[in-house]
Ligand binder design. Structure first.
Ligand code: FES
Ligand SMILES: [Fe+2]
Length: 433
């Protein structure tokens, strides 16, 4: 397969795009149902281009929490694929998203990371923007230069009960049904009263789909995650349904009595479900006991199991009574993925008194590092001549299958759009069931 980026190269001819789309479609058609993907989907630079343009460039992505930008001037900058973006809290307290490319000659304005600034100034020639994205200073430009035409390009942002979602797409997928499912289930955690306690970025030498396949199953948990296995019910049904068994039924009744929806509630690209931890466990810790003295949720003093919410293509979170854990993956190369992990606790919890960071992060940080090793090892094997797509367990890998089928359907729909001759513009994401 030659390296012709599907839409990344604006210079690709319509014929080249269609030829690439046809090859991708043909390759996908070789995948037996219920199996992992053909090798090129995990290794090929052209597929990586395709993924960052048509998956990460079109879907909704979860990048963090509103409390990370508590005051006017707070910003959060990160790069998705090749696209730097930023979120900024305005003087009017509104949260806005912008493409982090200067409207002068395109330089990245804010370095990736978090910070606070009265205005947004490009480091190159000092063009300066208000917190609402409008251009307020551009030196040495001719008379009649219209600053009003050169504000920062806005980015689609949605906030749901404190969780921030962005999309790079001009026309993002409809968000309404996802919001309707997530909002009532997440709201009881009062995330406006939380704070970011810690954040870790891991670089994983593995394709993002291998990272996410790993993140969508617990088939490997008993053997590979001794810390997580203390509290995480590794045998729970793959969709986290709390319908089975007397203990799960009792959990459902107990949550329902407190007004907490259990679910599962899901849609084409999301899953939301509350589920109980192992017997006697109230948080994902080494002894099952809370990690933070001040709970986030009022019900039962925080003894509410875990609320898992996840979106394709790249994210899952666990909201526990005392903290929230977020995992978001971003492809940075055909065989490299960045995983951003964040931990939230109650804003009044005092570090060193009500919690300590090494203890708070231990279970998930260990788990993430174990998963990084598993994904990297998976990549090494997939790269070999001996690799061929293998069968997923319908039982233990149901959510992996769902993820891969979602991806395959997305590829198929995008290819179909391209072959229908949609004249070289970015293909529209087709929502797939
Ligand atoms: S590129 Fe930003 S001021 Fe010139
Ligand atoms: Fe894992």
């Amino acid at each position: 397969m030659t390296h012709v980026g599907f839409v990344a190269s604006a210079l690709a001819s319509e014929g080249e795009r269609q030829a690439f789309a046809r090859r991708l479609g043909d390759l996908l058609a070789t995948r037996p149902a219920g199996h992992s993907l053909p090798q090129a989907f995990y290794t090929d630079p052209a597929v990586h281009d395709f993924d960052i343009e048509t998956v990460f460039g079109q879907c909704w992505l979860m990048i963090g929490f509103e409390v990370e930008l508590p005051r006017p001037g707070n910003y959060l900058a990160l790069t998705i694929g090749r696209t730097p973006i930023m979120l900024v809290r305005g003087r009017d307290a509104a949260l806005r998203g912008f493409f982090n490319s200067c409207r002068h000659r395109g330089a990245q304005i804010c370095a990736d990371g978090a910070g606070r600034s009265a205005r947004i100034t490009c480091p190159y020639h000092q063009w300066t923007y208000e917190l609402d994205g409008s251009l307020v200073h551009a030196g040495a430009m001719p008379e009649g230069f219209d600053k009003g035409m050169h504000g920062l390009k806005p980015l689609a942002v949605e906030v749901v009960a404190g969780a921030i979602y962005v999309s790079l797409a001009d026309s993002p997928p409809d968000f309404t049904a996802f919001r309707a499912d997530l909002e009532p289930m997440l709201a009881p955690f009062n995330l406006k009263d939380a704070k970011l306690a810690h954040e870790i970025t891991l670089v994983e030498k593995a394709n993002w789909k291998l990272v996410m396949e790993n993140a969508r199953e617990c088939y490997h948990c008993a053997a590979c995650h001794p810390e997580l296995g203390i509290t995480f019910p590794i045998g729970i049904s793959p969709n986290f349904s709390a319908d089975e068994g007397a203990r799960l039924a009792a959990y459902r009744d107990r949550m329902t009595a407190a007004g907490l929806t259990v679910g599962p509630a899901d849609g084409p690209w999301w899953q939301c479900a509350r589920f109980p931890l192992n017997e006697g466990c109230v948080s994902m810790s080494m002894d099952g006991q809370p990690l933070v003295k001040k709970p986030l949720i009022e019900a039962y003093g925080g003894d509410t199991g875990s609320f898992r919410f996840a979106i394709e293509p790249h994210n899952f979170c666990h909201a526990l009574g005392d903290h929230v854990f977020m995992f978001s993956a971003y492809p940075t190369g055909p065989e490299e993925t960045i995983v951003v992990a964040k931990w939230l606790v109650h804003k009044d919890a005092v570090e060193g008194v009500d919690y300590d960071v090494p203890t708070l992060i231990h279970t998930w940080d260990q788990t993430n590092r174990q998963d990084r090793d598993l994904a990297e090892n998976n990549q090494r094997g997939v790269n070999g001549r001996g690799y061929m797509p293998g069968p997923y367990s319908q039982e233990a890998e149901a959510l992996v299958l769902r993820f891969v089928d979602w991806y395959a359907a997305h590829v198929a729909a995008t290819v179909e759009t391209a072959l229908a001759g949609v004249n070289g513009t970015s293909p529209t994401l087709v929502e797939v069931a």
